[in-house]
Design a protein around this ligand. Structure first.
Ligand SMILES: O=c1[nH]cnc2c1ncn2[C@@H]1O[C@H](CO)[C@@H](O)[C@H]1O
Ligand SMILES: [Zn+2]
Length: 368
């Protein structure tokens, strides 16, 4: 019987070996420090450090700013070296290899094509270069016995005005590895409704999208994302906690919006370490993920930006195990939640749950 042993506290090695599903990871937030160093001279770009270890540390320290705006400034460096098809391809391939090595079996990786046009590429060429890199990475991962499926989400920058164009790009590439749309960037001052035409277009096209909301701005952003724009999922969504009150007896009362999010099973793409860095949460132990999980929200665990947070799926999950005492059964719950919430077709999601996630957890539980 594997069930009782899955209640034990998992070791780092077990978390590493467990199949993991990642829905919120930025391609330009996940470069290897060495790759940034390798590509910078060719891109004519100056960096704040000249060896991989110091550069990695620089990203983490600079991102540790307590403000989303300052956190986002660090992206200038990876974005500067992602302006050619060759570099995009390399970064995309390495991303898949790194995720596979971390035990991720399915990932949706996002980036903003409009930020990669400075070397003369078209939006289409950007999407195709990333797609080629993902395919090569999947191939390499399969060859090394770590099979993984990785798909693209295309992001539009919320302070810019290209969201409709990017939404159309998503629809054009929907059968070629692109599963959905997103908006990202500074949240305060740039509400989701600014891009309403893009979201309405996607809904008419039966396409999927997630919206970064409730990270650096509160409930109005989440409310707009869901009730005006029709988001399928919420990027972060941590501020939904503002619509929940916990009484002295520990009993939680949900407001209308929090009830709606829970009742409709709207997936929350939570990224604990990133939230601590931008000040959206005070610490991992105080992160709203603990309460939201207890209340049965459709919570998922994600990395956001592996480079800026010095993190991985294993690292995020180990952090949660340490802070909340989660068991393998809890990690399996997060993982199945994520797979259920993916933009991959339903039959393919089920196949991964039934043939990859559940059997691997059964083996891990039996061996613990
Ligand atoms: O947590 C986040 N909140 C909002 N925007 C973000 C976050 N992480 C990254 N980006 C933004 O998304 C762009 C495309 O990948 C990145 O260049 C960065 O500006
Ligand atoms: Zn993000």
């Amino acid at each position: 019987m594997s069930e009782p042993t899955t209640r034990a506290t998992p070791t780092r090695d077990q978390v590493h070996r467990a199949p993991k599903v990642l829905l919120h990871d930025h391609l330009d937030g996940g470069l290897r420090p060495q790759t940034v160093l390798d590509l910078a001279p060719g891109a004519g770009h100056a960096l704040p450090a000249d060896d991989a270890e110091s550069l990695g540390r620089w990203f983490e320290e600079s991102a540790n700013s307590g403000s989303l705006e300052r956190y986002l400034e660090t992206f200038d460096h990876p974005v500067a070296v992602m302006q050619s098809a060759e570099n995009l391809r390399r970064v995309a391939q390495e991303c898949v290899e790194d995720l596979a090595e971390d035990g991720v079996v399915y990932a949706e990786v996002r980036y903003a094509p409009e930020q990669h046009l400075e070397g003369g590429l078209s939006l289409e060429q950007v999407v195709e270069a990333v797609g080629a890199g993902f395919a090569a990475g999947e191939e390499a991962a399969r060859a090394s016995g770590e099979p993984i499926i990785v798909r693209q989400l295309l992001t539009a920058m919320r302070h810019q005005a290209r969201s409709r164009e990017i939404a159309e790009l998503v629809v054009r590439y929907r059968d070629r590895g692109v599963l959905g749309f997103d908006i990202a960037g500074a949240e305060a001052g740039f509400p989701p409704t600014r891009h309403l035409d893009a979201f309405e277009y996607l809904q008419r096209e039966n396409a999927h999208f997630t919206i970064h909301a409730g990270e650096a701005f509160g409930l109005p952003s989440i409310w707009q994302a869901i009730q005006w724009c029709g988001a399928d999922r919420l990027g972060h969504g941590v501020r939904i906690i503002d619509d929940i009150t916990v009484g002295p007896d520990g009993k939680a009362t949900l407001g209308r919006l929090a009830s709606y999010v829970r009742d409709k099973r709207i997936p929350l793409e939570m990224c604990p370490r990133s939230n601590v860095q931008t000040g959206a949460a005070a610490s991992i132990a105080e992160h709203p993920i603990g309460l939201l999980k207890d209340l049965g929200f459709r919570v998922t665990v994600n990395t956001d930006n592996r480079l800026m947070s010095g993190t991985s799926m294993t690292e995020e999950m180990v952090g949660l195990v340490e802070a909340f005492g989660y068991s393998l059964a809890d990690l399996r719950w997060f993982t199945i939640n994520a797979m259920k919430s993916a933009f991959l077709p339903f039959d393919e999601r089920l196949k991964i749950i039934d043939h990859v996630i559940k059997p691997a957890y059964a083996v891990l539980g039996a061996m613990s």
